[in-house]
Ligand binder design. Structure first.
Ligand code: ZN
Length: 103
């Protein structure tokens, strides 16, 4: 399994909805996913977990959307293991410092 960084992962999710522009958006359980692979960053096989691929939705965008969710928008439950796996190693930019970190 390659762990080389190629930009940003997209997402895979257990549910789908369409925004007002008709674009498929992730909902439900949302994982980070590298296009071209068949499992999530946390190691969940897409097929077995019945996750849909959202190649056009970046994980970083999903994280942002979750933090700014509008009332009535479908709920996303971001996978914490994927969040940890996708987090850059450099230290945070000063706000919201997190010290909890698993080895
Ligand atoms: Zn995950």
């Amino acid at each position: 399994m390659s762990s080389s960084q190629r930009g940003m992962p997209s997402v895979a999710a257990s549910s789908t909805w369409r925004d007002e522009d008709g674009v498929r958006q992730p909902a439900g359980d949302v994982h980070a996913w590298w296009p071209g692979t068949n499992q999530t960053l946390c190691g969940t096989p897409l097929s077995r977990a019945r996750l849909d691929r959202f190649q056009h939705v970046l994980w970083a965008d999903a994280v942002w959307v979750e933090g700014t969710a509008e009332p009535g928008a479908p709920v996303m439950a971001l996978c914490h293991r994927c969040a940890a796996a996708s987090r850059p190693r450099r230290t945070a930019d000063g706000r919201g410092r997190r010290t909890a970190r698993r080895a």
